[in-house]
Ligand binder design. Structure first.
Ligand SMILES: NC(=O)c1ccc[n+]([C@@H]2O[C@H](COP(=O)([O-])OP(=O)(O)OC[C@H]3O[C@@H](n4cnc5c(N)ncnc54)[C@H](OP(=O)(O)O)[C@@H]3O)[C@@H](O)[C@H]2O)c1
Length: 246
């Protein structure tokens, strides 16, 4: 991961975290099919069989190792792609945390630190590192997935799930501040709730009701990313374009 990397200048570029499964894999698949340059990152490339399979169909896809909690890996990847404009930085990696360790009486604070590190600090860590590449791009978008549970308007409707809700609240604040600080560079920061999506994270949440497929949700989120109105900048929106107050 040391030699510098530069992709086709004729295509826009997306960098996706957690691209080995779930929504991240669906984003990688759909952006690749639309001929974008795709830097698909994941923690364990060897175990990412679906992503590697995708790369055999689309050799232009770049698979890179990235654990969003690792300062060294984030810095190394940003350095490797220092000269590569990134049009859309997609902060997708996320975890729910162990549900039984985030209720009153069972709270596991080590689990809390892990959830916060991935969901809130991870998105900020990657966004900070890749700010020059986003600034150098045409589209200049930093998109983070989810956040509804971190909004008072949704998270307070039912009990428990402390760690996930707190991490997404911190994530919303981080992205809100980031938008304030980068607006004058033309950067657009938006949090997008992808709906309930049939992934491991949804199963970890305990939800057993109706859910979108990862492919359907990713298609709707990508369409939303392409058409972000100024009123949505710095805000949390749903995949169908509603602004969620937080
Ligand atoms: N599914 C839903 O209903 C739903 C609803 C609202 C928001 N979201 C958001 O959508 C995003 C994607 O979630 P998903 O539903 O697709 O869940 P998922 O299938 O469980 O995928 C989560 C992804 O995050 C990766 N990840 C976990 N820890 C990481 C770390 N430290 N560094 C880098 N990658 C890491 C996982 O990689 P490993 O395989 O290595 O663990 C995996 O690729 C999350 O941010 C989530 O909060 C999902």
């Amino acid at each position: 991961m040391t030699e510098p990397a530069r992709l086709s200048e004729n295509q826009p570029t997306v960098l996706i975290t957690g691209a080995n499964r779930g929504l991240g894999l669906a984003f990688a698949e759909q952006y690749t099919a639309q001929s974008w340059n795709v830097i698909a990152t994941c923690r364990n490339v060897t175990a990412a069989s679906d992503l590697r399979q995708l790369a055999t169909r689309y050799p232009a896809i770049r698979i890179e190792t990235l654990d969003v909690t690792r300062d060294d890996q984030v810095a190394a990847l940003a350095s490797r792609y220092a000269a590569q404009p990134v049009d859309v930085l997609l902060n997708n990696a996320g975890i729910y945390g162990n549900l039984s360790h985030q209720t009153l009486g069972t709270m596991d604070f080590d689990e809390g630190r892990r959830v916060l590190d991935v969901n809130a600090l991870g998105a900020l860590r990657v966004s900070q590192a890749f700010l020059p590449q986003v600034t150098a791009s045409r589209q200049k978008k930093i998109i983070s997935l989810g956040g509804g549970l971190g909004a008072q308007s949704i998270g307070s409707l039912f009990g428990g799930h402390y760690l996930m809700k707190m991490s997404k609240a911190a994530h919303l604040m981080a992205m809100g501040i980031l938008q304030t600080e980068t607006r004058d560079r033309g950067i657009i920061v938006v949090m997008i709730s992808p709906g309930r999506v049939d992934t491991q994270l949804m199963r970890d949440s305990g939800w057993t009701g109706a859910a979108l497929s990862p492919a359907d949700s990713a298609r709707l989120v990508i369409a939303r990313i392409e058409t972000l109105e100024p009123a949505m900048h710095g805000r949390l929106i749903t995949y169908d374009g509603q602004i969620v107050p937080w």
